[in-house]
Design a protein. Structure first.
Ligand code: SF4
Length: 128
């Protein structure tokens, strides 16, 4: 795929995320030149256990949570606002310290418990 991107760039592709800069005529020949089908990347059904190209980027939301949203959207359902009902999307374990440092209503996410502290206790010796 990197060869396709490089070739598309050489064909004039630049700032493709902007509608006015989109150049199909740069991309399609690049895919063809390297024997790849763009539909494989854009229009095929994906398996849930597949590693997605963007998985190295994380906002801490669990992949399974996103799939639940996806499945619901296919059925025309919308998840209610999570500020009204937390769905444990997965961000709190990642941002637990930040959440603890910012208690209260500002975050709208549930509070996070403080980690249990180790307490040294001297126990009496039994049987003396
Ligand atoms: S309330 Fe916070 S932790 Fe719960 S689902 Fe929403 S963003 Fe995630």
């Amino acid at each position: 795929m990197s060869e396709v991107i490089y070739t598309a760039w050489k064909n004039g592709a630049k700032f493709d995320a902007w509608d006015e800069a989109k150049k199909q005529e740069a991309w399609l020949p690049a895919f063809e030149e390297h024997g790849l089908d763009p539909a494989f990347y854009t229009h095929r059904q994906r398996r849930t256990d597949e590693v997605f190209p963007w998985e190295h980027i994380t906002a801490a939301v669990r992949k399974n949570f996103l799939f639940q949203d996806f499945r619901q959207s296919l059925e025309g359902q919308i998840r209610v606002d999570c500020r009204l009902n937390c769905f444990a999307c997965g961000i709190l374990p990642t941002f637990a310290n930040l959440r603890r440092e910012n208690p209260g209503e500002g975050w709208k996410c549930p509070d996070v418990k403080s980690p249990s502290q180790k307490i040294d206790v001297e126990l009496p010796v039994v049987g003396d």
